[in-house]
Design a protein around this ligand. Structure first.
Ligand SMILES: [Zn+2]
Ligand SMILES: [Zn+2]
Length: 324
């Protein structure tokens, strides 16, 4: 049997390497607005909400500006919580939105719309990178703005929002339109490495937290880090050592040369299904319960894991590419 090699480009070397070190999983939101752009609350209170609700890190990503986060971080009681700078580069092409989050930029990213949606997005991605940031393509299905073809043409971007918890983000497939997981599998099947992020894109902190409002606490990422610093969080995101969640909490997540393995933290009597998904979205294996393992065969092209619960919550784990 041929030895299975997993592309070194992908997260696995990171996971193998990290398992021996002292690491932990930290929870954070990558997309948040304050009243310095179109959110309804002061940056200090936005940060405070996340700190008070079990988060370890928060990126503030106001539109086309880098909100100062240093003062938010300097509060003496924030031992296990950090606020990291960000910017939502917010471009428009023919009334379609092309939004890209720049995570941890060293300066304000600069970008302008181009002659097509993909060129517009590429300009935003390049602007983020030139400012030293990670680029995340945001809510592609909002206003049905960005399709798989637009994203396929992009260079150098490895993150997108598979779930954006604003109400009009159209995360799921319906009405003959592809959902974000479908788009993800289309791009992965074409050999494009893309990691999926879930985020709140929170705007509404005041008033009632109703399903119709864009309040915090709906979607997040959980990243494996050695220490809680902006650099460590960004390194985990860049290596794909994280999962996206709308509620399912994992106990652990390990990928070795032979297998993809995870465990789920139970919530009351909630039931769980894990699917291991491969090329063209094919379900390779389905497992019930709190533990799930998939042994690589070598011909899958890629494998990712999805956990869903009887409560309607999800965890989406990152793809690994497999070569014979
Ligand atoms: Zn946006
Ligand atoms: Zn936003």
């Amino acid at each position: 049997m041929k030895k299975i090699l997993i592309s070194a480009l992908l997260l696995m070397t990171a996971l193998w390497g990290w398992s021996a070190q002292q690491t932990r999983w930290v929870k954070g939101n990558t997309h948040t607005h304050t009243n310095l752009s179109d959110g309804d609350e002061y940056p200090q209170r936005v940060a405070r909400w996340y700190q008070d609700h079990g988060y370890h890190f928060l990126f503030i990503t106001d539109h086309d500006m880098v909100t100062a986060t240093l003062a938010l971080d300097a509060d003496g009681n924030r031992d296990d919580f950090i606020v990291i700078p960000g910017d939502e580069i917010s471009l428009t092409f023919q009334k379609r939105q092309g939004h890209v989050c720049a995570l941890n930029p060293k300066r304000l990213p600069v970008a302008q719309a181009g002659a097509s949606m993909s060129e517009t997005l590429q300009n935003a991605v390049d602007g983020a990178h030139q400012a030293g940031a990670i680029a995340v393509v945001n809510h592609p299905n909002r206003k049905w703005s960005i399709n798989a073809e637009d994203m396929r043409m992009l260079r150098g971007v490895h993150h997108f929002e598979v779930f954006n918890l604003q109400r009009d983000s159209n995360n799921f497939s319906a009405g003959g339109k592809p959902g974000m997981e479908e788009t993800w599998d289309t791009l992965l099947s074409g050999g494009i490495l893309l990691y999926g992020v879930a985020s709140d894109d929170a705007h509404d902190f005041l008033g009632e937290f109703l399903p119709s409002r864009d309040h915090p606490g709906k979607g997040w990422v959980v990243v494996r880090v050695g220490e809680l610093t902006p650099e460590a969080v960004c390194a985990g995101l860049e290596k794909g050592v994280f999962y996206a969640s709308t509620g399912v909490e994992l106990g652990d997540l390990q990928v070795t040369e032979k297998e993809y393995r995870l465990s789920i933290k139970p919530y009351r009597d909630t039931a769980y299904t894990t699917q291991f998904i491969g090329k063209n979205g094919a379900i390779l294996k389905e497992v019930f319960g709190l533990e799930a393992t998939y042994a690589f065969k070598g011909d899958e092209q890629y494998v990712r894991a999805k956990v869903f619960s009887s409560g309607g919550e999800l965890a989406l784990c990152q793809p690994v590419f497999i070569k014979k």
